[in-house]
Write a protein that binds this ligand. Sequence first.
Ligand SMILES: *Cc1c(COP(=O)(O)O)cnc(C)c1O
Length: 382
Amino acid sequence: MTWRVPLADLDYGSKEENAVMDVIQSRWLTMGGVTQKFEDEFAAFLGAKYAVAFSNATVALHLACLTLDIGPGDEVVAPSLTFVATTNAVLYTGAQVRFADILGPRELTISPDEIEKQITPRTKAIMLMHYGGYPCRLVEILSIAEKHGLAVIEDAAHAPGASLHGRSLGTWGDAGCFSFFSNKNLSTGEGGMLVTNSEDIAERARLLRSHGMTTLTWDRHQGHSYSYDVVDLGYNYRIDEIRSALGLVQLSKLEKNNQRRKAITECYWDAFSNTPLELPFRDSSGEPAYHIFPVLLPQGVDRKAFIDELRGAGIQTSIHYPPIHQFSHYRKLFPDVSLPQTEDIAAREVTLPLYPSMTDEDVDFVVSAVKQTIVELAGQVM
Ligand SMILES: *Cc1c(COP(=O)(O)O)cnc(C)c1O
């Protein structure tokens, strides 16, 4: 189907094409100098000491857990209103998840009070997700973590370039993980990054990223070594030079593109302020990354009808997220979880189109279609 306005779109052009051609012409495709440059520039951009690139964010989250020694017998407190990879990464290690509810309709991120209720003697870490690129309640959460001696991992997949009190999201916890999947603010097709200020975590993540081997093919190609040892059970979680080259170009566009996302978001907020729609994060603090634009339908409005009506106008929408604890696989593992705020919001949420190359005309088109649809459907409920 071709959409009049899709949910998301790439900002790709000749710079990305040239960057890929340069890598091909260099005749070195697997992880090497371009990846190193991408890591260095990403770390500098965020103000983090170390950045380690990966084939995607899911494996970066897995290694964030492993490098913090999370494993069987441990528990990690996490939200349910997120992409399933956030908690799958915890389960890969053999640890258990303790789901904590979100704050509510104005702030769709994990609640500090609810985190505290889930802490037990087995708790090892708190996993955060900066929904839409809007900051979690980091100051409160970090002090809870400190009080209980817990690690903090940030799933910052939505949040490259976002900050709170001048400090980049992803650099508040022990490790922060970013995704470069196609629809993210910085896209390389597939790709991820772990950032940390801990030399130990960075070193261990690099080792486990490549089979636990002490040297890379790249090192040997450069003549720095001729053999290697294997010192841990590692994985192949590497990125490649083509994706890293794309990442470098996309990183150079990130600030400008996040500003455009902000302008569109503010336009939406103004346009919908006198409608029955609830608008989460309107009074959020910090500088968000404006990754997605969520709205909440009033109780009783038929979400499927709303989505279908917009689809009819050529507007693509999405739902962020079907909550993890309600998936079949998770219901088997965690049958007794009840999260009233998460469940209420997940049933009413719709995500509208948001991407930097959206024109003002596209925005106006979405605004008028959404206004017309919500007035019509809310009228039927009253
Ligand atoms: C996209 C996403 C991920 C997974 O990223 P991949 O790079 O696709 O593995 C994890 N968490 C959240 C919140 C995401 O949006």
